[in-house]
Ligand binder design. Sequence first.
Ligand code: NAP
Length: 294
Amino acid sequence: MKRVGFIGLGFMGGGMSMNLLRVGFPLTVWNRTPSKMKLLLNAGAMGAGSPREVAESSDIVIDIVTDSPDVEEVLLGADGVIHGAKPGTIVIDMSTISPSVTRRIAEELGKKGVRMLDAPVSGGDIGARRGTLSIMVGGDAEAFKDCLPIFEAMGKTITHVGCSGMGQTVKLCNQILVGMNMLGVAEALMFAAKSGVDLKSCLTAVSGGAAGSWQLTNNGAKLLKGDLEPGFKVKDYLKDLRLIMEAAAEVNMPLVGTSVVQQMYRSLDAEGLKDKGTQAVIRAVEKLAEGKLV
Ligand code: NAP
C-alpha cells in the first residue's frame, strides 16, 4: 500500500485523514498547531516535524490548509514538501485556492519530477468525517488513476474534471452554488417566520420537493436550533468569494447573484461574525427583515 502523508488537520483534514487510517494506509501527519495531531497519533498515525519530513516518508502527500499563500508555504516554503519529495512523488492539494496559483505551484513541483493534483472538496466537515465528500480533480490523468484508492477512502463522488487548476475552477462553481443556496435558505425561513408559519413544518414540507438541498437539510436544521457554530466558517467563505471574483475577472464574467452574496457575507464580517458558520448569513437577513428567526 502507498505511504500517505497528510498536512493540515483542521475541520476537514482531521476527518479525512482518519478515514485514510481506517482503510489501512500507512499515514504520516503534520499540523502547524501540534496539539491537533494527538487524535491521529493515538489512532496509529506517525507524526512528522515539518511538511518536508512528511514528504520524506511518503509516496503521496496530501495537504488541506486555508488559502493560496498557505499552500505555497507548506509545499514550496523553507521547510516545505518540495525539499523532502523524491521524483515520482504525487502531491494532492485539497484546499480551496486560486486556480492560477495552483498552476504555478504545479509547475514548480514539476521541475523536481513531482506531479501535483488539485483536488478540492465539497460536503463540509460532516462529509469529511463520513467519507462522503465530492472531490473535483484537476491534473495529470495517470496521477489521478494512481490516487483513486486514496480519493475513494475520503469521498463518494470523485470526478477528474481536466488539467491542472480545473479542479479549483470547478470548486469555485460549487461555491457560487453554495452561497446563493444558503442565502435562499435564510431568506425563505425568515419569510416563513415573519408570516407566522411553523418553521419545522416549513422545513419538512420543502425539503422533499424541488427546493431540497444540502444547505437546506443541514444548515436549515441548524438555523432552527439557533446553532451558528461552524462547519464552514464565514471568513473561509469570504476567501472563496474573493477567489471567485478574481477568477471571474480573468474571463470577464459578471457575477450578479454572487456579488449580492458577497456583500451579505461582508456585512457579517463587519458584525464580528467571521468565525461563525456560513449559516450565520441569517443575521444579515434578520437585520434587513427587522426580525428574529428563532
Ligand atoms: P480549518 O479548520 O481552519 O483548518 C485549516 C488548517 O490549515 C489547519 O490545520 C491549519 O493549521 C492549517 N494551516 C493554515 N494556514 C497554514 C499555514 N500557513 N501553514 C501551515 N498550516 C496552515 O479549515 P478547514 O475548514 O479544515 O478548511 C481547510 C480548507 O478546506 C480550506 O481551503 C477550505 O476553504 C476548504 N473547505 C472547507 C470546508 C468546510 O466545510 N470546512 C468544505 C470544503 C472545503 P493550524 O491548526 O495550526 O491553524
